[in-house]
Write a protein that binds this ligand. Structure first.
Ligand SMILES: Nc1ncnc2c1ncn2[C@@H]1O[C@H](COP(=O)(O)OP(=O)(O)OP(=O)(O)O)[C@@H](O)[C@H]1O
Ligand SMILES: [Mg+2]
Length: 223
């Protein structure tokens, strides 16, 4: 299996506080699905932001498909994210002026797809997530769970190598949560990609292999 993500000795602290991440090592290969658990404030979202080059680490390195993620080079990081990462943000970050369908289409358009092709694929993803009837609604007209599913579709449309999902089922009813997990699972089966999923749902996390837990800045095998 080819290595998608390689993290070595990654450390991060905010201001002069205690190290949030303390020499973290992590490897993820294509086809692997990893869960990341940990108390609120333990640094899970921070780790995902570092991987996506949205924040810079204090020490250590992150490689995506062998290429160094250097947050001091925003243009390079933006390219890597656009091409290789699907990020489901904890706070969704949908574009408010665009409809659900248009939001989902954005990553495909950025990579050069025609509007017709992007909309076709976006519509198919929205259908799989039970959102066909809401495709032309704007984020402000959608419930939290609907916005979350739009964000998930947007993270998958460009078939990324690495899916970073920050509590992607946090706002969903059990049925919608299963739809989302099935879609993520299908993405892993059909393509050579890897998934790193942050969750507070311990039962779900235990189904993942590996399952890691962030405790005082260290990555441990989750329990
Ligand atoms: N930009 C920032 N400046 C200062 N402190 C920050 C910043 N971003 C996050 N923090 C702090 O770092 C800690 C870790 O935040 P993070 O969002 O990574 O936690 P988390 O594990 O994702 O928590 P949750 O489960 O609640 O989402 C928190 O105490 C948070 O207040
Ligand atoms: Mg978080």
């Amino acid at each position: 299996m080819s290595k998608v993500l390689e993290i070595r000795s990654l450390s991060k602290r905010y201001h002069q506080g205690k190290a949030l991440l303390d020499a973290v090592d992590l490897d993820l290969s294509a086809g692997e699905r990893a869960a990341l658990i940990g108390a609120s404030g333990s640094g899970k979202s921070t780790l995902l932001h570092l991987i996506a080059g949205l924040e810079s680490a204090d020490a250590g390195y992150i490689k995506l498909d062998g290429e160094l993620i250097d947050a001091s080079k925003p243009a390079q990081c933006a390219r890597l994210r656009a091409q290789h990462i699907g990020f489901v943000f904890q706070a969704f970050h949908l574009l408010p002026q665009l409809t659900a369908l248009q939001n989902v289409s954005v990553p495909a358009l950025l990579l050069g797809a025609t509007e017709k092709a992007a909309h076709f694929k976006a519509a198919s993803l929205l259908e799989q997530l039970g959102l066909t009837a809401r495709a032309h609604a704007k984020p402000s007209e959608l419930s939290g769970g609907e916005q979350q599913r739009v964000a998930i579709a947007r993270a998958l449309i460009h078939e990324p190598r690495l899916i970073l999902a920050d509590e992607p089922t946090g706002n969903l009813d059990p049925e919608s949560a299963e739809l989302v997990m099935a879609l993520l699972q299908a993405a892993l089966h059909s393509r050579a990609c890897a998934l790193l999923l942050v969750t507070h749902d311990l039962q779900r996390a235990r189904l993942f292999d590996p399952c890691w837990q962030l405790v005082q800045g260290k990555l441990q095998v989750g329990r």
